[in-house]
Design a protein around this ligand. Structure first.
Ligand SMILES: NC(=O)CC[C@H](N)C(=O)O
Length: 400
């Protein structure tokens, strides 16, 4: 759509993806110009490219979409996942197979190319994403530079050097980059929306959500079950959290290495664990809860990024199809006594959930809030809310 042409009429390859091993992949640039260094992962979801690209957990990453046609339904302001769009958290780069065409959808308020530009995301199209995905599966997620310039001229050797010298995601705390700078109460939509409590005039409970890079749909779902949700920055102390008198604490998803973020998050979580307040964690929140309980996390070979992953809930025996987005995992072998593994990935057996025996504390690696879905794991929000209501001595929500 915005492809440049040479004086001879042929299309210019205005972008490059340069991997740390020296592989150079050329394609057509779109979105922002410039260059960014990051880790390349592939995401197998068929839908939700706007939610994926704005998920703060993708900070420090370039997303290769295995679905070939990205951009067909355009973009809008409702489908972004990051809380603070001005922070432009989320993926720094995107890799597409097909050229982005004009959007065709009643919800489209704009086209992907201009939107990428506005958000500062560099993208490349015309790429053999199957070959790139096969390379990632074989060799592991590589570090790379994605670069886009109007004339397609780059100092490729310099880009190779940049990709090679980037230290990578291990040891990187990115939550501090994407977290909201101040506390706020979630007001986007009326709480009790899911339950249809038309007669309620007050929220039934108060959740404090620690924002390591929280996604909007998590806040929607908690408030939709009747909760007031206060979002607090990642580095908020346990004392300040408890001063808000939460009925439950939520540990959010987020980017980077959990062990690095744990430097400030783990002591806070340890203090919260001394109370009897229910705690629920998702993804990075799950990993940091595990660290606080004494387990360790590991970097995965290629990670899990998609919307079709099977996960088994040992507590019910049921299998749920879930959305995944993680490059680190909790090492189940290191879970201490008193901590039970509740969920596992049926793709590779990695840990996907834990609970602290006899305590209202649990977390999952996958994304029950997945937007645009799948919604199989929505029940986990009810599980959390019911722990809160039980502690308050109030009637539970119906199981679904
Ligand atoms: N979605 C997330 O919260 C990701 C957690 C962590 N950054 C990982 O890659 O494993």
């Amino acid at each position: 759509m915005t492809a440049s042409t040479s004086p001879w009429g042929t299309e210019l390859l205005t972008a490059a993806l340069v991997l740390a091993d020296g592989t150079v992949i050329r394609g057509k640039g779109l979105g922002a110009t410039g260059s960014a260094v990051a880790e390349v992962c592939f995401n197998t979801a068929l839908t939700g490219y706007e939610e994926i690209l704005t998920d703060p957990s993708y900070a420090g990453q370039i997303v290769t979409f295995t679905f070939p046609h990205i951009g067909n339904v355009g973009v809008n302001d409702e489908d972004i996942e990051d809380l603070n769009p001005a922070a432009r958290s989320g993926a720094v780069g995107a890799v597409f197979k097909a050229d982005v065409t004009n959007p065709s959808n009643y919800r489209a308020a704009g086209d992907l190319d201009r939107w990428l530009k506005r958000r500062g995301i560099i993208a490349i199209s015309g790429i053999d994403t199957r070959a790139l995905t096969a390379l990632i599966r074989e060799k592991g997620a590589p570090n790379a530079v994605i670069a886009h310039s109007a004339d397609g001229r780059f100092d490729i050797d310099d880009l190779k050097r940049q990709a090679k010298s980037w230290p990578g995601l291990i040891g990187l705390d990115l939550a501090k980059e994407v977290t909201s700078g101040q506390s706020s109460v979630w007001t986007e939509m009326p709480w009790a929306w899911n339950e249809g409590y038309s007669s309620l005039t007050e929220p039934r409970f108060h959740v404090v959500a620690i924002d390591y890079g929280v996604k909007r749909n998590i806040l929607r779902l908690i408030s939709g079950l009747g909760g007031k949700v206060t979002v607090v920055p990642a580095q908020t102390s346990a004392e300040d959290i408890l001063a808000l008198k939460p009925d439950g604490v939520f540990l959010s998803n987020g980017p980077g290495d959990p062990a690095a973020t744990g430097a400030y998050a783990v002591p806070v979580i340890k203090d919260l664990l001394k109370t009897d307040i229910p705690i629920f964690g998702i993804c990075l929140g799950h990993q940091m809860l595990a660290l606080a309980l004494g387990a360790s996390t590991v970097k995965m070979h290629q990670g899990h990024h998609g919307a079709n992953h099977p996960v088994k809930d040992h507590t019910t025996g049921k299998v749920e199809i879930v959305s995944m987005n993680h490059g680190f995992a909790v090492d189940a072998a290191t879970l201490p006594a008193g901590v039970q593994e509740t969920h596992i990935s049926l793709f590779d057996g990695t840990n996907c959930g834990l609970t602290l025996s006899g305590r209202p504390v649990f977390s999952v690696q996958h994304h029950p809030e997945a937007s645009p879905g799948p919604q199989d794991s929505h029940y986990l929000f009810r599980r959390f809310v019911n722990l809160i209501l039980e502690r308050k001595g109030e009637p539970a929500l119906a199981e679904r």
